[in-house]
Write a protein that binds this ligand. Structure first.
Ligand SMILES: Nc1ncnc2c1ncn2[C@@H]1O[C@H](COP(=O)(O)OP(=O)(O)OP(=O)(O)O)[C@@H](O)[C@H]1O
Ligand SMILES: [Mg+2]
Length: 410
């Protein structure tokens, strides 16, 4: 495992004018006559000594188009059995320097090493040359995971037993327990950001919106940005403008994902923040000081239209899907309006749901029957009201095969 790129290396990328200092090639530092070859060699030697070139990988197919860049499946040329996912760092809007958002994502990924968190192997770059005006493209290189949960749930042939669902949710909560213990908030929980390897190991992915948090010292409240988390998975405190939030925002998303294991599509598909709040009230009951004493202090509480006299119907509405009473009870404890009363990852992991028969069981065998990777990007839309915006058209239908595994590309 190698991850040597320092943020200094990266930050120097575009600020640093090749040939503006030093004399790597024996050329005078201020010489304007440094030839192309010398410039390239200079960049090679000084700017990114620990950042390998993308040539070591061979792109296989595109598997994702995210807000912040494309994701490709690639093969490690030195070990053809090894696949990686390469996430391109979008530099388009950066006039200078390496994007701070990508730096944050990298710093967080470097900190987090856990079985249920996607593993960042290294950062790679394309060769800087006159063809790209000496601006490398950077890629975050991850261990490859064959599936994402959104893709799996969109495939009607993929059927999870109760024990398998328990295993998915348990691993999801294990990942959250770990990142929260390390004082990191994910802030973009959704099925497309949950990866699963062919052996059934779940990995939390996409730390593009993640941040470190600390419990407020000397009572000074945090003022984090409020516009985080994909709308359908956004908890009520964020919708009401809370900026002093914490781990419960991710547990709300975990609850939404858990329910989706049975419903197979997101349970609250709002088309605006107001609509999302309305859907939440219809499922979890009216948002009032009686159930959430501090809610009146939130900026938007008086400004939004708050549906009144709504009964809490979490168990009633989800029982037809979930059937299992322990599952309903755990969901009832995750989808709690007041974040201070919402179950945390540790409490959820101790719930009887995980400690009663059928016990959580391995997913590897079931996934072994599905050797077609189905990423959300590649899967047909699961719902009429898609919230993802693909800036690129989907590729034409084809099937790419490697080592018994197929990537279905629509
Ligand atoms: N390690 C990986 N293995 C396999 N697929 C991956 C991996 N990392 C990312 N992907 C795929 O690429 C998609 C986009 O990746 P990611 O979520 O990290 O990027 P993003 O730009 O932040 O996306 P978005 O804005 O859609 O959330 C994922 O939903 C997943 O399908
Ligand atoms: Mg994502």
């Amino acid at each position: 495992m190698k991850m040597q790129t320092s943020s200094r290396d990266l930050e120097h990328n575009q600020n640093h004018h090749p040939g503006s200092s030093g004399s790597a090639t024996g050329t005078h530092p201020h010489s304007t006559t440094m030839n192309m070859r010398d410039k390239e060699k200079y960049i090679e030697t000084f700017l990114f000594p620990n950042c390998d070139l993308t040539e070591k990988y061979e792109k296989v197919t595109k598997i994702g188009q995210g807000t912040f860049g494309e994701v490709f499946k690639a093969r490690d040329k030195s070990n053809p059995k090894k696949f990686v996912a390469m996430k391109k760092v979008l530099m388009d809007n950066e006039k200078e320097g390496f994007p701070i958002t990508a730096l944050r994502e990298i710093r967080i990924l470097q900190l987090l090493k856990h079985e249920n968190v996607v593993n960042l192997i290294e950062i790679c770059r394309t060769q800087a040359s006159q063809h790209n005006r000496y601006r490398s493209t950077f890629y975050l290189v991850f261990d490859f995971c064959e599936h994402d949960l959104a893709g799996l749930l969109s495939n009607v042939n993929v059927k999870f037993s109760l024990g398998e669902i328990k295993k998915v949710v348990q691993q999801l909560l294990n990942g959250l327990y770990y990142i929260h213990s390390n004082k990191i908030l994910h802030r973009d929980m959704k099925a497309a950001n949950v990866l699963i390897t062919k052996n059934g190991v779940l990995k939390l992915a996409d730390f593009g919106l993640a941040r470190a948090f600390s419990t407020n010292k000397s009572g000074v409240p945090n003022r984090f940005t409020n516009r985080v988390v994909t709308l359908w998975y956004r908890p009520p405190e964020l919708l009401l403008g809370e900026r002093n939030y914490g781990p419960p925002v991710d547990l709300w998303g975990a609850g939404c994902i858990m329910a989706e294991m049975w419903t197979r599509s997101p349970i609250m598909q709002g088309n605006s923040e107001q609509h999302q709040l309305t859907l939440i009230s219809q499922l979890c009951g009216s948002i009032t000081p009686a159930v959430w004493p501090t809610v009146e202090t939130l900026d938007l509480y008086k400004k939004m239209d708050m549906p009144q006299k709504q009964k809490r119907k979490v168990k009633e509405r989800l029982t037809p899907y979930l059937k299992d009473p322990y599952a309903c009870d755990l969901l009832d404890k995750l989808l709690v309006l007041d974040p201070s009363k919402r179950a945390d990852a540790d409490t959820a992991l101790n719930h009887d749901f995980f400690w009663t028969d059928p016990m959580p069981c391995d997913l590897g065998k079931m996934l072994g029957n599905h050797t077609t990777s189905m990423f959300e990007f590649l899967a047909p839309p699961r719902r009429a009201n898609q919230m993802r915006h693909h800036s690129m058209p989907r590729p034409a239908a084809s099937t790419i095969t490697d080592g018994g595994y197929q990537d279905r590309v629509f």
